[in-house]
Design a protein around this ligand. Structure first.
Ligand code: DGJ
Length: 712
């Protein structure tokens, strides 16, 4: 590791003779900062953008409120003596080359008047063109400092037209993409839900310059916050005026300060979550591929490891099962070639058996009526059949009808003076209480230690916080709840991953309401949505693909929408493939289709999970969606074509192949005796032909999907 400490050492800001540049550099992203003559840390440019005029007083990297700044600040602090102003000046910085790909830049700033410090951290990833930015806030004042705004990151972009794409939705329609041109004033994308925090909006966005985002041409920035609780992205643009606060775009990103004032005691470090930035001048497709590579390499747990095909019993049985039914599903899974079984909600509860969603959450012991011999014995039945075994758990939650609630009624998030508002009959455990946090970790640790055959966990969370009160937090600390809750959850994930490194973790939140890189650092994947009707799933998976790699996106075949089974399988094949169907109730014909689908998943996952994704036709733009994954060495590619309406015969231009290479074309996931539909079937075609002229597709009926392999 090389460490270089540069310029301006010392604690007392004084005029610097020259401006000092600090550059965060990756292969294709240059983020220029500058220390000016007054030692302010200024944002100069991000990417190829015009450098901002150094004389304008309006683009500090991290403007603090109260010392001249009149727009939305990155930081607002009320000092121990009641002073509401903060002024941050550069102290020093250092650059550490962590390895050949990763550089860590630390920049220290301090208020000249108070012992109040903000340290910036930038971790840049050279090959992936990704930069993480977060801050650490600390002080040595005589009493607590109240923080009322504490962004992780931000920037100022030069005057232009900007288009922001957000990912909004709700249960069953996660990651709906909506783009709009930013106008004057403030546009906020946020969530205030605390838990299941991303139910209505995912913590990421795309920001295109000069026009709407395009797949191949735009100059575009992607941002996503590594944080499972409340977030806020704020975009502020002002009309030109004589004070030169013109139509630059100011972006602030971090935890949501809404109802979250934080009393920071002296010498405690307040660390903000990392804001993850990516940048491309060649469009959203390139930006996503960078994020995918980064995600697999750094953002997920074991992003380089092959994922198992999975059978889940939720849609198959809901709460209605026992050990015999589960074992019969193991047989079904084995007969289809599936490698992992996931036992969903409903396996637990003794005094309050969990036979519907009205009770039992909190009591994580197997229901003896369903599992008279316990869980481990059942798990071993799976192993005997060559199948791994996983369980569902919702450890942050509690039903009032549970033994845990009877023992600890004060362990829940609620406002003591009001009737608790239940959602799905449940409440949220108060993880701001260290005793509760320790309890939740221990219950998970014990469960996995006592059931060593469990090698997969689905961690669900099915309600949000709408009465943010804690019996543990002092009155003046009640507003810490959202921040402290998020931190406690991340600590539990981290400890769980460390204590049980061989147990895979799927994150779920009533579908996909917890999908963020703070969580995913400790997890392998997330359940993208309870919406498994493949027609809707095509759009949902399209949305996730903007910022998350396919290997993280769990996609299961179910009966939803009563669509053709092959179409449902083809859609799940462009995710981490699984099924959620009662195999016992499938016809022999359906089983044959499913068996082929599972075999295809295994055959193509190397390319789909580790290859580069090129999105070809958007489900938002026309009747057909299509995408291609190309292996890193470009020797293989898999194309998915999803006609959501009938489409005419025509050419589909591919991307991501090697021009001079020829490929054998073969339709996959097709029964051996089924008619071949592609005129190029079995032929050798060059990458140049496929990318310049296109692949000839037949007329396709609605949901008449194609999975096509191109191989050396
Ligand atoms: C919500 C999840 O999204 C479903 O997949 C399932 O696990 C249920 N919860 C179980 O209660």
């Amino acid at each position: 590791m090389r460490i270089s400490t540069l310029t301006f050492e010392g604690q007392t800001p004084s005029l610097a003779p020259d401006r000092t540049a600090i550059t965060i550099q990756t292969e294709r992203l240059t983020w220029k900062l500058e220390v000016d003559a007054e030692r302010r840390l200024r944002h100069v440019s991000f990417g190829n953008q015009t450098e901002l005029d150094p004389n304008w007083p309006v683009h500090e990297l991290y403007p603090a409120a109260g010392s001249g700044w009149i727009l939305e600040p990155a930081l607002r602090a009320v000092h121990a003596n009641g002073d509401t102003s903060t002024d941050l000046r550069y102290i020093a910085h250092r650059v550490q080359e962590v390895d050949a790909n990763v550089t860590l830049t630390e920049i220290q700033t301090k208020d000249p008047v108070y012992p109040f410090f903000v340290t910036h951290w930038f971790r840049s990833y050279r090959e992936e063109n990704v930069v993480e930015h977060w801050t650490e806030i600390r002080h040595e004042e005589s009493g607590p400092v109240r923080l009322t705004a504490y962004a992780s990151s931000g920037m100022t972009l030069p005057p232009d037209e900007y288009y922001v794409t957000q990912f909004h939705g709700d249960w069953g329609r996660e990651m709906t993409m909506a783009e709009e041109k930013l106008g004057y004033g403030i546009k906020i994308l946020d969530t205030k839900l605390g838990v299941r925090a991303h139910q209505f909006r995912q913590p990421g966005f795309l920001l295109a310059k000069g026009g709407p985002a395009r797949e191949k041409e735009s100059e575009i920035i992607g941002g996503t916050l590594a944080w499972p609780s409340n977030f806020q992205f704020l975009f502020e643009m002002n009309a030109p005026d004589e004070r030169a606060i013109d139509n630059q775009l100011h972006v602030r990103a971090g935890m949501n300060p809404y109802a979250a004032d934080y009393q920071l005691p002296p010498n405690e470090v307040f660390k903000t979550p990392a804001m993850i930035w990516s940048y491309s001048t060649t469009g959203a497709g390139d930006l996503s591929r960078q994020m995918h590579r980064w995600g697999r390499r750094y953002g997920l747990r074991e992003g380089d490891r092959t994922r198992a095909t999975l059978l889940n019993n939720w849609e198959a049985t809901f709460f209605d099962f026992d050990d015999k039914k589960i074992v019969s599903l193991f047989d079904g899974a084995a007969s289809l070639g599936i490698e992992l079984f996931l036992l969903d909600d409903g396996w637990f509860g003794i005094k309050y058996p969990r036979n519907d969603d009205s009770q039992g959450l909190g009591d994580w012991a197997p229901n003896p009526a369903k599992f008279p011999n316990g869980m481990e014995v059942v798990a071993q039945e799976a192993l005997k059949r060559g199948i791994r075994f996983g369980i569902w758990i919702e450890p942050e939650m509690i039903n009032p009808r549970s033994e845990l609630y009877e023992a600890h009624p004060d362990w829940v998030v609620r406002q003591a003076s009001r009737e608790p508002l239940l959602r799905r009959n449940q409440m949220v455990l108060d993880l701001t209480n260290p005793e509760v946090e320790a309890y939740v970790f221990k219950l998970l640790d014990d469960l996995l230690t006592q059931n060593p055959s469990v090698s997969f966990v689905k961690w669900d969370s099915n309600r949000y916080i709408n009465q943010p009160g804690s019996a543990y937090l002092a009155p003046e600390h009640q507003s810490h709840l959202f921040v402290d809750f998020g931190r406690a959850v991340l600590r539990i994930f981290e400890r769980l991953a460390a204590a049980h490194p061989k147990v895979d973790l799927m994150i779920c939140s009533g579908g996909g309401a917890r999908a963020d890189y703070g969580t995913l650092r400790h997890a392998h994947e997330f359940w993208a949505s309870d919406m498994t009707d493949p027609v809707h799933r095509v759009r949902i998976q399209w949305g996730y693909s903007q910022l998350f790699p396919t290997i993280a996106v769990a996609a299961h075949v179910t009966r939803w929408g009563k669509r053709p089974l092959k179409f449902a399988i083809d859609v799940a094949l462009s995710g981490r493939f699984g099924m959620d169907i009662d195999v016992d109730k499938m016809t022999e014909e359906e089983k044959a289709v499913a068996r082929l689908g599972v075999a295809t998943a295994k055959q193509i996952r190397e390319v789909v999970h580790f290859g580069d994704l090129y999105r070809l036709e958007s489900p938002y733009a026309g009747p057909r969606a299509s995408l291609v994954y190309a292996s890193q060495d470009k020797s293989r590619a898999i194309v998915f074509v999803y006609p959501l309406k009938g489409t005419d015969a025509g050419l589909l231009k591919l991307e991501g192949l090697e021009y001079g290479r020829s490929y054998t074309v073969r339709e996959l996931n097709l029964a051996p005796d089924a008619p071949r539909r592609l005129s190029a079937e079995g032929k050798r075609v060059t990458g140049a032909e496929l990318m310049e002229n296109g692949l000839s597709l037949p007329a396709l009926g609605e949901m008449d999907s194609l999975v096509i392999e191109f191989s050396d």
